[in-house]
Design a protein around this ligand. Sequence first.
Ligand SMILES: [Zn+2]
Length: 203
Amino acid sequence: MNYPGASTIWLMISVFAVPAAAEIRLNPSNLTVVLDFRGERSVLATTEMRREVDRLIEDSGVRLDWRLRSEAPFVANDLVVITFRGSCQFGSSPPLYDEPGPLAFTWMADGEVQPFGEVDCERVVRSVRRAMWGADFGRANSLVGRALGRVVAHELVHMVTRSTHHSGEGLERPALSGRQLIAASLSLDAFDLERLRLSARRR
Ligand SMILES: [Zn+2]
């Protein structure tokens, strides 16, 4: 589903094999999330992002252990890796171009959802900027962090449930507008929360 003014979160069917990915066994009740920032980032936005993801899934029984890729080496049997492309912080001037495309996606290989996701930070920041007004600009990176958290949590639900399912309501909608990304509240639909709980219990 797509509609004017909305930014889309897509699942991408990868034509590339992801080495060893299928062998990584996820244990969603205690999951390590490795954050791989390829561009600039705001510490405030990163902190807010983690807080938002933890809040969104706290009732599912899934506990997250957050790591920066730069902190390696570390030991983790069950992990997912989120790669962040572009600048993940609010800039003083809007970008010159504004190409449509996904805010984030999760890799798939051989028909299986893989524990690897990518976030297009520039698209997320653009979407947030378009939705901001007034006092929002005084807490821009906090709102960027909230938006990043919602995008990351959306992809984590795909990874933990190993499902491409999208919902009509809540966080797992296939498209989230800038307003939905920074609104005071957004939560998982009850059905999606239950799917997440069941995935955590099964393992
Ligand atoms: Zn999705």
